[in-house]
Design a protein around this ligand. Structure first.
Ligand code: MTE
Ligand code: MO
Length: 412
């Protein structure tokens, strides 16, 4: 347990340093850079975005200091897996405790469990089979800042997502010991943090029991071969492959099987869309009302990682257009690229299949024949035959923006 201990001490020192600077100036700010995000973001959001490093992280695009919301810069998405120190950070509440690995316990119970029990981190590592899976973790509000009209919430650009290899224990193996009752309809998860004021609703999320028992759903302790970073949920977090990251509870302390729908703020009020806005495959029936439904799986989407917006390219020289594409776990079957603003499309070459919950890299080379502007676009299609949309499907909280992206390059 030497590593754990050392890590803990390092973590404690850097976090204490962070706490003191944060209190004074709201965090150590680097100068604002051109990477404030796409021009479609509200101007206030662009001006407030600076590159800033949380303890243990490389500089990321700061969207808010408290709670800490940091976005991954565009160039990082050229990598198949997002390094832990460049992975985005999203918290709803500001008091995020430093977890002592030795004292941490995961309590499993709820009125839908007949045999409640507790697990230590050592038990989690030794009493269960360890599994590893590549999966995209994407905030449902990724690209919210591009909503037209603009909506409330963190004004994310393209970087509220990441791809990682998650290692841990299948949730179904843990639940197998909980004596689940037949009427346990949801499994709820509580995170370790709290709000600054007592009235702030605790961060509790639930998923349907069928999704909790899916063999891919897990309690992860490791990410890309290392312990989870503090900011990404150390010592353990829920991984719900294919579903938006709002369900991926970090610093999980409690798992409760419920015989009634979880009715807290973060389920009943937040992360919902009006009925019929999107056509989800996965339904969360026990949480549906006659007006709205919780968001569930990630929608088909892609990102052009190169060339960058406004980049100068040479006439007669080949340009490597590349990026990533993903969906909620059906798998990407095709990515089409246009270099003339959507008039003509050509299929890109797909990279290695890292698993259906991972994003997939793609590339295509094109050679500009004449000087002038080229509007480069990418459109992903998944195994269900569903493609990205040309026009935003508007939702009041700006979820699931999968509009085909355009990058303009200048050939001379
Ligand atoms: N405990 C806790 N877990 C949480 C959240 C939170 O606020 N508290 N936010 C969720 C949301 S909305 C997102 S997008 C992801 C972000 O994961 P990351 O910070 O590891 O990138 O964490 C999820 N898990
Ligand atoms: Mo999120």
């Amino acid at each position: 347990r030497m590593t754990t201990r050392r890590q803990l001490l390092n973590g404690a020192a850097t976090l204490a340093a962070y706490a003191s600077t944060a209190r004074l100036v709201g965090g150590p700010g680097f100068a604002a850079t051109p990477d404030q995000g796409p021009s479609a973001l509200p101007s206030g959001a662009r001006e407030a975005a600076v590159l800033d490093a949380l303890p243990g992280k490389k500089p990321l695009i700061k969207r808010s200091y408290r709670p800490p919301n940091y976005e991954t810069p565009m160039e990082v998405f050229d990598k198949a897996f997002t390094p832990n120190d460049e992975f985005f950070v999203r918290w709803h509440l500001s008091n995020i405790p430093e977890v002592d690995a030795a004292e941490w316990r995961l309590k499993i119970g709820g009125d839908g469990s007949s045999t409640p029990f507790e697990l230590s981190l050592v038990q989690l590592a030794t009493d269960f089979e360890q599994v590893e899976l590549a999966a995209l973790c994407q905030c449902a509000g990724n690209r919210r800042g591009l909503s037209n009209p603009h909506v409330m919430g963190v004004q994310w650009g393209y970087g509220a997502m990441g791809n990682a290899k998650w290692k841990g224990v299948r949730l179904k193996d843990i639940l197998a010991k909980a004596g689940l009752k037949a009427d346990a309809i949801e499994i709820a998860f509580n995170g370790g943090e709290s709000g600054v004021v007592e009235e702030t609703p605790d961060f509790v999320k639930s998923i349907p029991t069928w999704k909790a028992l899916d063999e891919n759903t897990m309690i992860a302790t490791h990410m890309n071969g290392e312990s989870l970073p503090h900011w990404n949920g150390y010592p353990a977090r829920l991984i719900v492959p294919g579903w938006t990251a709002t369900y991926w509870t970090k610093q999980v302390t409690e798992i409760n099987a419920l015989t009634k729908p979880q009715g807290g703020y973060w389920m009943a009020k937040a992360y919902r869309v009006p009925l019929g806005t999107f056509s989800f495959t996965d339904r969360f029936i026990t949480q549906e009302t006659d007006k709205n439904t919780p968001i569930t799986e990630v929608v088909v989407n892609s990102l052009i990682t190169s060339p960058g917006e406004g980049q100068a390219v040479a006439v007669g020289k080949s340009v490597d257009v590349r990026g990533i594409a993903w969906d909620g776990g059906h798998g990407i079957t095709e990515v089409d690229v246009s270099t003339d603003g959507g008039k003509n499309w050509r299929p890109a070459v797909l990279g290695e299949d890292l698993g259906r919950f991972s994003w997939r890299q793609w590339s295509l080379s094109f050679t500009p024949t004449d000087p002038g502007s080229y509007a480069v676009m990418a459109r992903a299609t998944n195994a269900q035959g569903v493609s990205q949309v040309s026009k935003l499907i508007f939702s009041p909280s700006g979820y699931h923006n999968n509009v085909i992206q355009t990058v303009n390059v200048e050939a001379a």
